[in-house]
Design a protein around this ligand. Structure first.
Ligand code: CP3
Length: 367
C-alpha cells in the first residue's frame, strides 16, 4: 500500500492546543530557542512502549519490527502516549538499530534477548559487508511515518522528534551483535585495531548524517542522538572515538539545517560534562546521576538542558513523593533553557497513572 503525505488524513484524535502556545508554536521548540516559559515542555524517552496496555494490544498483532516497518501502525503507537498523557513532543516510533539493518546486518528482536544481529562485524573483512543505503528508499517506512505524524500534529503545539543512535553506540551494536554485556568486542577493536574501528565509525557517521537529514526533510523538527553506551569508553579514548564522531554528525546537521535543534543524550555522562560542553549541540539530555543546576555551570550560556527524573521514581507508590521529586527536577532545570524528561527511558511495567501524575504535575507548574 502506498501512502503519500498529501493523501494521509490525520485521525484528529489529539488533545487541543495549549493556551500558552501562541500560533501553535510547539513549547519544545520555544524552549530549545531559549525562551522564558511559564512551565517546561515535557516528553519522555521511550514514551511509547510496553508499559502501555494499548501498545501491548498492538504487539499481540505485530512483532516489534513489523510496527517499525508499517507506517500506519508506527503512527498508531506514536500517538498512543500523546492521546493518553498529553506530552508536548512526539518521538517517532522506530529503533536505533533500524539503519544498521539497512546497511546489511540481519536484525531480530526476541522477548528474552532483545535485539540481536545474526552476522555481527567481527573481522576487518566484515566491514566490506556494510553497504550504504538511501534512507528515502530503503527506510521509506520511516519517512512515511514522519510525514504522517507531521499531519497528525498540525496545529496541536506538539513537536515531532526524529532520532538516530550516535556512531559509537551503533558501532558497538554492530561489533557485539547484541545488547552490551561486557563490551568485549568493541573494546578489543578500540585497543587492538583502532584504525579498523575508525573506519567502521566513519562509515556509520556518514550514514547517520544522511539518515537524520532524510528525517528532517520528512518533517522531523528536532533530532535527538542516543549515545547509550558512550559512558563505558575509557577516558583516554573518549574524545577520539566517541565525541569526535558525535561532533561530525552535529556539525553536519547544523550546517545543513541551522534552525533544527539537535539534542544529544549520553548515558552515564557524569564526569564527561566538561568534555561534552565542547560539542555544538543545542541541548544535552542528562541522566539522573547529575544535578541539572550544577551541570548548567559547566556548559556555555544559552545551552539547553534536558532531563532527568530517575525512571525508577515512576514506580513509587507514594504519590506525594513522586510529585515532590518531579517538582524538584523542574526547580533545578530552571525557567528557560530547560526541557523536562527522564534520566533514561520509561521502563516496562511502569504504572501508567504515575506517568500521568508526572505530566500533570509539570502542566500545573507555574514559575
Ligand atoms: O523513545 C521512544 O519512545 C521512541 C522509540 C524508541 C525505541 N527504542 C523503541 C523500542 C527509541 C528512541 C529507541 C532507542 C533505542 N533502542 C536505544 C537508545 C536509547 C536507550 O533506551 O538506551 C537503544 C540502546 C535501543 C536498542 C533496543 N531496542 C534494545 C536494547 C531493546 C530491547 C530492550 C528494551 O528496552 O526493550 C529495544 C527494543 C525496543 N525499542 C522496544 C521499544 C518500544 C521494545 C520492543 C517490544 O518488545 O515491544
Amino acid at each position: 500500500m502506498t501512502m503519500t503525505s498529501t493523501r494521509y488524513q490525520p485521525t484528529g484524535n489529539l488533545p487541543t492546543p495549549y493556551a500558552e502556545t501562541p500560533n501553535f508554536e510547539p513549547l519544545l521548540l520555544r524552549a530549545l530557542k531559549g525562551e522564558t516559559l511559564e512551565r517546561p515542555p515535557v516528553w519522555m524517552m521511550r514514551q511509547a512502549g510496553r508499559y502501555m496496555p494499548q501498545y501491548q494490544a498492538v504487539r499481540k498483532r505485530h512483532t516489534f519490527l513489523e510496527i517499525c516497518h508499517t507506517p500506519e501502525v508506527a503512527v498508531e503507537v506514536t500517538l498512543q502516549p500523546l492521546q493518553q498523557f498529553g506530552f508536548d513532543a512526539s518521538i517517532i516510533f522506530s529503533d536505533i538499530l533500524i539503519p544498521l539493518q539497512a546497511m546489511g546486518l540481519e536484525l531480530a528482536f526476541t522477548d528474552e534477548k532483545g535485539p540481536q544481529f545474526a552476522n555481527p562485524v567481527r573481522h576487518v573483512d566484515d566491514l566490506k559487508r556494510l553497504h550504504g543505503f538511501d534512507p528515502m528508499v530503503d527506510c521509506d517506512f520511516l519517512i512515511k511515518s514522519l510525514q504522517m505524524m507531521r499531519h497528525e500534529l498540525k496545529d496541536t503545539g506538539i513537536a515531532l522528534i526524529g532520532f538516530a543512535g550516535a556512531p559509537w553506540t551503533l558501532a558497538s551494536y554492530a561489533l557485539e551483535g547484541c545488547s552490551w554485556k561486557t563490551g568485549r568486542f568493541s573494546k578489543q577493536w578500540l585497543f587492538e585495531q583502532p584504525e579498523a574501528l575508525h573506519q567502521l565509525l566513519a562509515t556509520i557517521t556518514a550514514m547517520v548524517i544522511d539518515y537524520c537529514d532524510a528525517q528532517i526533510q520528512a518533517g522531523a523538527q528536532v533530532i535527538q542522538l542516543f549515545d547509550t553506551w558512550a559512558g563505558n569508553v575509557p577516558t583516554a579514548y573518549y574524545e577520539a572515538f566517541v565525541q569526535a564522531y558525535q561532533a561530525q554528525v552535529i556539525d553536519a546537521l547544523k550546517a545543513k539545517h541551522p534552525t533544527v535543534a539537535v539534542i544529544i543524550f549520553v548515558k552515564h555522562s557524569r564526569g564527561l560534562l566538561p568534555t561534552m560542553a565542547k560539542l555544538n549541540a543545542d541541548c544535552f539530555s542528562l541522566d539522573e546521576l547529575t544535578r541539572l543546576d550544577e551541570a548548567r555551570n559547566l556548559f556555555p550560556a544559552g545551552t539547553v538542558l534536558q532531563g532527568n527524573l530517575d525512571s525508577t521514581a515512576l514506580f513509587l507508590t507514594d504519590k506525594a513523593k513522586l510529585q515532590a521529586l518531579t517538582e524538584a527536577t523542574i526547580a533545578q532545570g530552571g525557567q528557560s533553557h530547560y526541557v523536562f524528561n527522564l534520566g533514561h527511558g520509561v521502563l516496562p511495567l511502569t504504572p501508567v497513572e504515575n506517568v500521568a501524575l508526572v505530566v500533570d504535575t509539570i502542566k500545573n507548574w507555574h514559575w
